[in-house]
Design a protein around this ligand. Structure first.
Ligand SMILES: O=c1[nH]cnc2c1ncn2[C@@H]1O[C@H](CO)[C@@H](O)[C@H]1O
Length: 356
């Protein structure tokens, strides 16, 4: 039985970090792509981070399989659909899933990623395909799914495209923009990212930013002050700047916490009993628990919850509280947010809060 066997909300998970190993093998076979591993076991060995590494080492894992899925319409739709099935099985009733449309394209993207040959799949069509897969999954597995499009830290020239895609596909479930990638390479957001986030503010596109995962509190500050982030991806290192942390607590900033990820990317002390989320919990901060990249961490949402329970003193009450906060901090419109909250209140045996 799951650690917290009740409906859950997940806000921080990468679609391309949540692909099934079986699917990678199967698509590679169908497309005639030679992989460095041809059994599930070997592929897992290749793609998984087992011991605490660095964010850069972790990000290099994507090199082993992204070329299999990228550029292939059927595979992209399939991955999105299967993702929804996985989340439904984990007891998630609402999930916001993120990815970089450029990383899955092989046309109208410079440079073409993963050493692919140029083809005719644009980032725009990638978003449309993912939307179809997610929407088919929503119907089949009866959960609600929305998506977030990622800008990449090292690719500021893609960011304006990303915000335009957010605008274009807002009626098809794209709810926000994100900035992901290697925070340890460059900490200050390039003008390309800043311009994209300014456009997001102007156009009413919601904003989250990976910040303070491995980087210093100044990256979090920049995310909030310059990029106008409404949520912070990870944000662990915020607590090293007490003044900033206090300010964000007062503003009820939402932190998207990913426990297992934070150990294996080297973002946090590998001793879970010293994890910053314990401080978040003590301060009754606004945060969620998430998987981030379950393929690479060989994890599930339950293993993240289990970790929180076993090493961080989480109780059923806290799990309920954070899921309610996650729903409140989701990027759904107010009416849908209320419906989601009511669903949770009912499932948790709580009074429906009409004052919200
Ligand atoms: O924990 C993380 N920190 C920063 N970037 C990440 C993390 N996990 C995945 N990605 C990056 O986001 C891209 C789009 O989904 C992934 O391809 C990966 O490069």
């Amino acid at each position: 039985m799951a650690t917290f066997d009740k409906p859950k909300v997940e806000l921080h998970v990468h679609l391309d970090g949540a692909i099934r190993l079986e699917t990678i093998l199967d698509v590679a076979k169908k497309r005639g792509i030679k992989l460095e591993a041809d059994t599930l076991q070997d592929l897992m060995q290749l793609c998984t981070v087992y011991e605490p590494a660095t964010l850069t080492e972790f990000l290099s894992k994507f090199n082993h399989y992204m070329h299999v899925i990228a550029g292939n319409r059927e595979a992209i739709k399939r991955v999105a659909y299967e993702f929804v099935e996985t989340k439904a099985k984990e007891g998630v009733i609402y999930v916001e899933v993120r990815y970089s449309p450029h990383f899955l394209a092989n046309s109208s993207v410079d440079p073409i990623p993963w050493n692919q040959k140029e083809g005719d799949l644009t980032p725009d069509e990638v978003v449309s395909l993912v939307n179809q897969g997610l929407s088919d999954g929503e119907k089949a597995f009866n959960i609600k799914v929305r998506s977030i499009l990622c800008c990449m830290r090292h690719m500021p020239n893609w960011s304006m495209d990303v915000v335009e895609l957010c605008k274009k596909y807002s009626s098809e479930g794209v709810v926000a923009i994100d900035l992901a990638g290697d925070e340890s390479l460059n900490c200050v957001a390039y003008p390309g990212h800043r311009m994209a986030y300014e456009e997001a503010v102007k156009s009413g596109i919601h904003r989250t930013v990976h910040a303070g995962e491995v980087g210093p509190p100044s990256v979090v500050k920049e995310a909030v002050e310059v990029l106008k982030a409404e949520r912070i991806g990870h944000g662990y290192h915020t607590i090293e700047d007490q003044e900033l942390y206090k300010q964000l607590l007062e503003e009820n900033m939402h932190f998207e916490v990913c426990p297992i990820s934070s150990k294996l990317t080297g973002a946090c002390n590998p001793d879970f009993t010293k994890h910053p989320v314990i401080r978040f919990k003590e301060d009754q901060a606004n945060y969620s628990l998430n998987t981030d990249d379950p393929l690479i961490f060989n994890s599930t949402l339950d293993t993240d919850y289990m970790t929180a329970e076993k090493y961080m003193g989480f109780t059923e009450e806290e799990f309920k509280r954070i899921n309610i906060n996650s729903a409140k901090s989701s990027f759904l419109p107010e009416k849908e947010k209320k419906d989601l909250l009511n669903h949770l209140f009912e499932a948790y045996g709580m009074m429906v809060n009409t004052s919200f």
